[in-house]
Design a protein around this ligand. Structure first.
Ligand code: PMP
Length: 352
């Protein structure tokens, strides 16, 4: 017997690279634009003497502001340290049965890591050949369901009607819809939380609100769901949302105009880049997110990925079944995307 026999061993999630220096970073779906101007002001004006006190365990003013903006009650909102924190607590809270939790085979690669960490049985349901979720496949015995919408890394959106079909036919399971990318042209299932007490909707400030570095995520659901999540959270760490984070989050929510215009800008860039990628011989499922999941008709994704990195353009590539010929390209500024397209043109013409 040795202490290592008692270690909880797990193969961790691999985040995208965070290179330093002058690079074009299109590998982690960050927003290329800064947070709303009010965020800077809120942090600059913050009364530092307040930091001696613990923050509110529920996220205080941030929770209040979320209720106002999203039209929910206080008991329907949970805030956490990015949606990864919210999802990790949701998995620990709700997926405590014997039956497998189900999610797509091509999806956010953190879901199976949490299942392994918490010893939750799971089954991956294959997407069809067009990388689409087949709703009937989710009508089977299960211990819970997780679906990102739009899905990652495919960018494909599932309709609210199809998701409702899955939620309605699984009233005995908690269904988590991970809406990390919904603000880039997708439709949210949020209004359905009033009707279905088994629906948890998870969102984040990391993408559409340009605040990946601040770490704010939230979940919306029936008050009983949120109550159970708080019980688990308060059994680990009550004070997860720092006072500075709460102030920055409130300031971001106060500027809806900035939020809407930034999302619109990214959508416009995305639609332009789709056309340019098609012209260069790429194919991709239609994306409703801030990234495009593309494969080239004749050139291997891995070769493009490596050549781009040599030119300081970072993309995301996974050496995994079904997707090893795809690149996930985050949408950056127009200038960044122009540089990417210029590189791809040269590379595919054999000039690099
Ligand atoms: N869900 C999905 C589908 C994601 O792609 C990400 C980003 N890696 C997250 C959740 C977590 O994002 P964050 O913790 O920054 O909110």
């Amino acid at each position: 017997m040795n202490w290592e026999d008692n270690v909880r061993k797990v193969i961790p999630y691999t985040p995208g690279e965070q290179p330093t220096g002058e690079v074009i970073k299109l590998n982690t779906n960050e927003n290329p634009y800064p947070p709303a101007p009010g965020v800077k002001k809120a942090l600059e004006d913050y009364d530092i003497s307040e930091l001696r006190k613990y923050p509110d365990v529920y996220g205080g003013e941030l929770r209040d502001k979320l209720c106002e903006v999203y039209g929910t009650g206080k008991d329907n909102v949970f805030v956490g340290v990015g949606s990864d924190d919210v999802l990790a607590i949701a998995f620990l809270t709700f997926f405590n049965g014997e039956k497998p939790v189900i999610f797509p085979d091509i999806t956010y690669s953190f879901y199976d890591v949490w299942c392994d960490l918490y010893r939750i049985p799971y089954e991956m349901i294959p997407l069809n050949n067009a990388f689409r979720i087949v709703k009937e496949d989710y009508i089977r015995p299960n211990g819970g369901i997780v679906i990102p919408n739009p899905n990652a890394p495919t960018g494909v959106e599932k309709s609210v009607e199809d998701l409702e079909y899955i939620i309605k036919n699984n009233r005995d399971s908690v269904v988590i819809i991970d809406e990390a990318y919904v603000d880039f042209g997708g439709r949210s299932v949020l209004p359905l939380i009033r009707e279905y007490d088994n629906l948890l909707v998870v969102q984040t400030f990391s993408k559409s609100r340009s605040m990946a570095g601040v770490r704010i995520g939230m979940a919306f659901g029936d008050s009983r769901l949120i109550g159970y999540m708080n019980d688990v959270k308060f059994s680990i760490n009550s004070y997860t949302m720092s006072r500075l984070t709460i102030s920055a989050g409130v300031a971001a929510l106060e500027d809806n105009g900035y939020f809407v215009s930034t999302c619109e800008r990214i959508i416009a860039t995305r639609e332009r880049v789709k056309k340019q990628l098609s012209e260069l011989g790429f194919e991709f499922p239609d994306s409703k997110s801030n990234f495009i999941f593309a494969t080239h008709k004749s050139v291997k994704a891995k070769d493009i990925f490596t050549a781009a990195k040599d030119k300081n353009i970072y993309l995301r590539w996974w050496n995994k079944p079904r997707i090893s010929d795809y690149l996930r390209i985050s949408i950056g500024t127009d200038e960044e995307m122009d540089a990417l397209i210029a590189f791809l043109r040269d590379y595919l013409d054999g000039n690099i």
